[in-house]
Design a protein around this ligand. Structure first.
Ligand code: ADP
Length: 404
């Protein structure tokens, strides 16, 4: 009996110590769990604080660009509430001309073809207005029960773009006014120089008529008056050809032009205008980049005029996508041939003959000097500028810049 009691007592003691150890272990792991839980809560709160209070917009989206969640900044930027922003597709609210590219980017990211991307574009807000945005997107790999997601960071740059646009408008207006002023001065000086010989022509021709109306016309006086008429008319003609020569032989600089850089600077400068008009631009340059010697500023002015005309023409067009293509190819005669093609309404046959005339314009506020000036710049370089009728629909202007 006693032995049995001893055995049982020992057994009981050892179990009690096991239970004691077990309890101590349990208490310790609960404490450590509590510690990591608290740490997790702190980290969660910090992230949430950042997500809720940062000035940049943050969204998580699925493969179709649909928003799964968006922070308050993005809700404010796009004008949605917390609940109704969920399900809005970032692709569908991307401006039409950029939509296909947005879809390609999102899918490229999900399919692992792109590591991430940054773009500069416009989103349509809930109220129909626009948000100019710097967008940075990357892929969050699949985790636990969630599939992969798109993380999108949006910076609102509407104010900056509006400031740039109004600056560009002011600059354009200033150029227009300056052109008008320059034209006005030119016209005034032409008028002044021609007025004198013309008044003399009138006076002398009236004198000749008077001499002729006498009963016995004084032919010697008539001949003398007609000679003065002839001299003064020639004088007026000379003034005109001097001005023409002056306009034509505008001094040009000749230096190597980095074609790709010049075009990209130009398109950068026009980005607001192009995006606003919803125009997609394609540039096709020969590789390797060809040598080109020209006046870079004047050449840029020609392309600028052609691009602005194309954008103006496409503004009125709806239905078809608005596309502008700039292509440069080697010219069979040597040098380069530039083509600027648009998808606008093209050029009516009755205006074709007058396109390059100074002051011909079909625009309400047009000056009608763009094509005239462009043609004289190209001709100063020894090239030619023309409308290529074979390449429709839309208008296609081509010009050549020969080798020196
Ligand atoms: P402006 O742009 O001031 O009117 P331009 O000399 O540049 O002067 O152009 C003259 C006219 O040629 C324009 O008013 C327009 O009618 C026509 N034009 C020029 N480019 C195009 C184009 N790409 N598509 C349609 N019409 C054009």
């Amino acid at each position: 009996m006693r032995r049995s009691v001893d055995i049982l007592q020992r057994e009981l003691n050892s179990q009690a110590s096991d239970i004691l150890e077990l309890t101590a272990g349990l208490v310790e792991s609960r404490k450590s769990l509590q510690r990591s839980f608290t740490a997790l809560q702190v980290s969660d709160r910090r992230w949430l604080g950042l997500y809720d209070n940062t000035a940049v917009g943050i969204a998580l989206a699925d493969r179709d660009g649909r928003i799964l969640s968006a922070n308050p900044a993005l809700q404010r930027m796009l004008g949605y509430d917390r609940a109704d922003i969920v399900g809005v597709s970032l692709i569908e609210i991307t401006e039409l001309s950029e939509r296909a590219a947005a879809e390609r980017n999102v899918h490229g990211l999900f399919d692992g073809e792109l590591p991430g991307y940054k773009v500069h574009k416009r989103y349509e807000k809930k109220d129909g207005g626009y948000l100019w945005a710097n967008v940075c997107a990357s892929r969050i790999p699949a985790m636990a029960q969630d599939g992969p997601m798109l993380a999108v960071i949006v910076e609102d740059i509407t104010l900056r773009m509006e400031a740039e646009r109004s600056l560009a408008a002011t600059r354009a207006e200033l150029t227009r006014v300056a052109r008008f002023t320059a034209m006005g001065e030119l016209v005034a000086s032409i008028a002044h120089e021609i007025n004198q010989p013309l008044s003399a022509v009138i006076t002398n021709s009236q004198a000749a008529l008077r001499w002729l109306s006498h009963d016995e016309p004084n032919l010697v006086e008539v001949a003398a008056a007609l000679q003065r008429v002839n001299r003064d008319a020639n004088l007026a003609g000379a003034v005109i050809s001097r001005i023409r020569g002056f306009l034509r032989a505008g001094a040009i600089r000749r230096e190597p032009v980095d074609l790709a850089r010049m075009l990209s600077e130009l398109l950068q400068m026009l980005q607001v205008v192009l995006t606003e008009a919803g125009v997609q631009v394609g540039v096709d340059l020969p590789t390797p980049q060809p040598d080109l010697i020209a006046d870079p500023v004047q050449l840029q002015q020609v392309i600028l005029n052609l691009v602005i005309n194309a954008v103006d023409a496409m503004r009125e067009q709806s239905g078809r996508a608005r596309r502008l293509d700039i292509a440069v190819t080697p010219d069979p005669a040597g040098g380069l041939c530039f083509a600027v093609r648009d998808s606008g309404p093209g050029i009516a046959e009755d205006s074709e003959a007058r396109l390059f005339e100074a002051f011909f314009s079909t625009k309400p506020d047009g000056l009608g000097m763009g094509l005239a000036i462009s043609r004289s710049i190209v001709e100063n370089h020894g090239g030619r500028l023309w409308l290529d009728r074979s390449a429709g629909p839309g208008a296609c202007f081509k010009f050549t810049i020969p080798d020196n």
